[in-house]
Design a protein around this ligand. Structure first.
Ligand SMILES: Cc1cc2nc3c(=O)[nH]c(=O)nc-3n(C[C@H](O)[C@H](O)[C@H](O)COP(=O)(O)OP(=O)(O)OC[C@H]3O[C@@H](n4cnc5c(N)ncnc54)[C@H](O)[C@@H]3O)c2cc1C
Length: 304
């Protein structure tokens, strides 16, 4: 990572936009943790907060319940992730309409991974949307939703090359996507190079970096392998020997993510999507370091 002097945090706050991603809770304890995290992060007034859809399309009800509660109990703008894996078009459309009925105006539209898991061959449902682009078109036909899609600075593992990968992004934009959120990455040069490729392909929507604060390095390393994100040697070295020291690990993780984000700011990026893993602390610290302040307006409990 470059070690040039950073712009002061105060200089950045008026141009930084953030959004936060959560996953739907599986039990009461997780629900409490989720809402503590939302409550802690809400005062940063994120552009939107998104709620993921379970692997293989498995969490319609929990995702619906969570976005519905965000819409009714907070002043935050919820975005629902929606996948088309394993479903016919009519079922996906019905889910989208259900989300709409609880106040969702923004979807993160995704194909999803095969039920066998990341890396297995993807088989579209015979009467379903075959990919992200078809899903975007289907959502557009229902309403004038805001639609975000995925982007892969290191290529999606199924893409044979960047041209194929970026062609899919282009198809999603042509179908009506207005923002792309990237897979997490740790090498900002790779992100920058990807954005250059995307712009050369005539794609001008925001390519918002997805930032993953590292709560558990081992888990992140395993997941990175599956989804094609590279782990630079320097990153592994920073966690080396900290397996039994969670407090120091958290400090290191916050420093790494803050460094990544401030370096991106210096490269001209001003919009960030944080994969919170339903834990507020690291993301809170990073937003604070970016100069964002939680302000006076309570965003949770503000809606009727
Ligand atoms: C920001 C973000 C949020 C996510 N949220 C969720 C979530 O909530 N729930 C969930 O289950 N998953 C989620 N995922 C993971 C996502 O579902 C997987 O990465 C999935 O494998 C691809 O979905 P997609 O929408 O990116 O696919 P697409 O955009 O349809 O395709 C992704 C890439 O695969 C390649 N590809 C697709 N089909 C083919 C083909 N037939 N031949 C060659 N190449 C092909 C394309 O080049 C394309 O770039 C998320 C990913 C991101 C980046």
């Amino acid at each position: 990572m470059p070690s040039s002097p950073r712009a002061s945090a105060e200089d950045l706050s008026d141009r930084i936009k953030v959004s936060f991603e959560f996953f739907p809770p599986k039990n009461g304890d997780m629900e409490n943790q989720l809402w503590e995290s939302i409550t802690k992060l809400a005062p940063f007034q994120p552009d939107f907060v998104s709620v993921t859809y379970g692997a293989g399309g498995s969490t319609k009800q929990p995702t619906l319940k969570t976005v519905s509660r965000i819409a009714s109990e907070t002043s935050l703008a919820p975005a629902a992730h929606l996948t088309c894996v394993g479903s016919d078009k009519a079922s996906v459309d019905a889910v989208a309409r259900e989300f709409k009925s609880v106040g969702v105006k923004h979807f993160v539209a995704l194909r999803g991974d095969p039920p066998e898991g990341v890396g297995a061959a993807y088989q579209p449902h015979p009467e379903g949307y075959a990919n992200g682009a078809e899903l975007v078109a289907g959502l557009r036909a229902i309403d004038d939703f805001e639609i975000s899609v995925s982007a892969y600075p290191e290529r999606h593992p199924e893409s044979p090359d960047f041209a194929t990968d970026i062609d899919m992004l282009k198809r999603k934009v042509d179908a009506g996507a207005t923002r792309a959120i990237t897979q997490f990455f740790f090498d900002n040069d790779l992100y920058e190079r990807y954005v250059e490729r995307v712009r050369r392909a005539g794609i001008y929507i925001p390519i918002v970096p997805g930032i993953l604060p590292i709560h558990n390095f081992g888990q992140v390393a395993r997941f990175s392998k599956l989804c094609g994100t590279s782990i630079p040697d320097w990153l592994a070295r920073r966690f080396d020997g900290l397996e039994k020291d969670p407090e120091t690990r958290a400090l290191v993780a916050a420093a790494i993510a803050a460094d990544q984000v401030t370096d991106l700011v210096e490269r001209g990026v001003d919009d960030f999507h944080f994969y919170t893993m339903n834990r507020a602390q690291l993301v809170y610290a990073i937003c604070h370091l970016l100069g964002l302040r939680s302000g006076e307006t309570p965003a949770v409990g503000a809606a009727a």
